[in-house]
Design a protein around this ligand. Structure first.
Ligand SMILES: [Zn+2]
Length: 615
């Protein structure tokens, strides 16, 4: 039985907006709100604005549209389902892609209401469900190889996809299929006689298998069935048994992710995302302590300036951050999972440091891994080198669209009885706060400009705090409301609490501060340039007169000496976006103007440029 559908609320869309969003307002079918039975403990501090209550323009809109049109609508439907139709699949983890597609598609459909996507995801979901065996098995392995290698991992993504699809559409057979997988897991793995040890059922010290934790928590929340929660607690226990990855024992003791299990980044962070969901339903402080300890370790010792982690798919030793083409930098799956982890922590704590990392990752590594024109995806994205984006079927081509589909959930939401703006963007959203509904319209060309004009429109006058995130990179954040001037402290929220009435205006002026970032232990002779939230890169295709590209860099270590100015007009082509900047630079010590573009738009490039005065 379908839960009651709820027609999409009409937005007041101005003419200029309508042009920008052509193709994005094709909602035909209602998008139901499926209730979560076993609700979160209501402890979330930050709750994102729902997908279907908002609309983003500008850079995010462009990248979301490419994600929809060029990637999700062109998914190799046969390829992602063939392994289920005819077992065994042609490779070990071929089964992960159907669930990943459904997860990304569910978000994008909730956001756009696009009928073509709805049709496609309906077909994929129904085919997947039809391939389930009577006992609940929905992998791509033959009987003799069952529960080896990546089999549980495949079921993890089946669950994530089916639950996301159910949450988006209310199609009950999807939840029933997920429950049959959950029951199969509960029967198969455990400590009772005849049950298997889940640690032995997956790659990377069992972490591939135990990362099924995340959707098992979701299944528990959706059904309220205690056995699924018990299974989650079994997984957490199994981690710290002999032969297990020791996720809680090692990370809560501060050993760090490099010294935990085999340091495989994607799988370990997937387990931490699951643990953050388990914390939400149990409130066990040890879980949050473990996650925060791992987060601090990654953020302070293993995070690239672009907001990703891992080289050759593994965490590296302290401050070892190789960034060239051959280092296999920032697996797309690791980037997206880092983003998910920060999103969970932001919800659980409301702390701006997580929103700051979200901004760093979204504006840099996440969008850098997506080709802005054809929607292809980079498996790895170096900081020095060239983008090698591809279509096809691999883990990252399936993960990145999930990360991009999350952007609307990361931008803004409700927090502490008020509204929080975490990512500045052109767009609008509606929020429900105690006693009122509030529409926010944001006008800006951010990240080109740091000027943001917010219109606040409650349906009746109401008092609440408007929390404006003050980026940690800005040296000045000024706000004017009704003639009153306020100044924000970098790295915090500026709370503007007052009685708001329709038509109130908030003028934000933040300095898009230019920074020179030292190359650290891995690039001691190099320096990077950042402007606002964006990391800039020396783009070879826009500096063709320079042969000795490795010797090119800024003229000075003092930002004001760079005289960074806009060079967007005529400098760029469709592949490098509409942002470009000229700086005073040098090549081998000789003055030479250089053109930089955002790392997210770069094609053949160097983020780490020659440090002035290096010998
Ligand atoms: Zn991957």
């Amino acid at each position: 039985m379908l839960p009651p559908g709820r027609p999409r609320r009409a937005f007041v869309v101005r003419a200029c907006t309508a042009l920008l969003v052509a193709g994005f307002a094709q909602a035909q079918q209602p998008r139901p709100r499926v209730p979560v039975l076993q609700a979160a403990r209501e402890t979330d501090v930050f709750t994102p604005a729902p997908f279907d209550e908002q609309h983003l323009d500008g850079l995010f809109a462009a990248r979301l549209r490419v994600n929809l049109e060029q990637r999700l609508l062109r998914v190799d439907e046969e390829g992602i389902l063939a392994g289920f139709r005819s077992r065994p699949g042609r490779q070990a983890w071929i089964g992960e892609h159907a669930g990943k597609f459904l997860d990304a598609a569910a978000n994008m459909w909730l956001y756009t209401g696009d009928d073509r996507l709805r049709e496609l995801m309906d077909r994929v979901a129904k085919t997947l469900i039809a391939c389930q065996q009577p006992g609940g098995y929905l992998g791509t392995y033959t009987e003799d190889r069952r529960w080896t290698s990546w089999d549980v991992w495949v079921h993890k993504y089946d669950l994530l996809g089916l639950i996301a699809y159910y949450r988006a559409t209310g199609y009950r057979p999807a939840l029933d299929a997920a429950a049959r997988i959950g029951d199969l897991m509960c029967r198969t793995f455990g400590t009772a006689r005849g049950q298997l040890d889940i640690i032995g059922a997956g790659e990377h010290v069992g972490m591939a298998a135990t990362s099924i934790l995340e959707p098992m928590v979701l299944l528990y929340q959706q059904t309220g069935e205690q056995r699924y929660l018990d299974f989650c607690l079994y997984i957490v226990h199994a981690w710290d048994e002999p032969g297990g990855p020791g996720i809680i024992a090692s990370l809560s003791a501060g050993k760090g992710v490099f010294h935990t299990a085999n340091g495989k980044a994607y799988e370990m962070m997937s387990n931490l995302v699951g643990l953050s969901r388990l914390y939400r339903v149990t409130g066990n402080p040890l879980y949050l302590q473990t996650i925060e300890s791992a987060w601090r370790d990654i953020q302070s010792r293993r995070l690239y300036v672009s907001g990703t982690t891992s080289a050759h798919e593994h965490f590296q030793d302290d401050i070892v951050l190789p960034a060239d083409q051959d280092a296999d930098v920032g697996e797309g799956c690791a980037t997206v999972t880092w983003l998910q982890l920060n999103s969970q922590l932001l919800r659980l704590t409301g702390e701006p440091r997580y929103a700051a990392e979200i901004e760093r990752t979204v504006y840099n590594q996440l969008l850098a891994a997506q080709d802005p024109v054809n929607g292809n995806i980079c498996y790895f994205t170096p900081l020095n080198g060239r983008k090698e984006a591809t279509p096809g079927i691999n883990c990252c081509v399936s993960s990145e669209p999930r990360g991009i589909s999350l952007i609307p959930e990361l931008a803004w939401g409700t927090e502490n009885g008020g509204l929080a703006v975490n990512l500045y963007t052109q767009g609008e959203a509606r929020f429900s706060i105690p006693g009122a509904k509030v529409q926010i319209v944001s006008r800006t060309t951010y990240p080109q400009s740091g000027i943001v004009q917010l219109s606040v429109n409650p349906d009746k006058p109401v008092r609440f705090p408007l929390l404006l995130r003050v980026p940690d990179w800005t040296r000045s954040f000024e706000v004017e409301v009704d003639g009153r001037k306020l100044t924000g402290l970098p790295g915090t929220y500026l709370s503007v609490e007052r009685t708001w009435k329709a038509g109130d205006e908030v003028a934000i002026r933040m300095d898009m501060t230019i920074r020179l970032i030292p190359g650290g232990r891995s690039y001691p002779d190099s320096v990077a340039v950042a402007r606002g939230p964006q990391l800039l890169a020396f783009e070879e295709t826009l500096n063709r007169s320079i042969v000795d590209t490795q010797r090119a860099g800024p003229v000075s270590l003092r930002p004001e000496d760079l005289n960074l100015r806009d060079a967007g007009n005529g400098q760029t082509d469709s592949r490098t976006g509409n942002q470009a900047y000229r700086i005073n630079g040098q090549v081998n010590g000789a003055p030479q103007p250089l053109v930089l573009v955002p790392f997210a738009d770069a094609r053949v490039y160097r983020v780490w440029m020659a440090r002035p005065g290096r010998t």
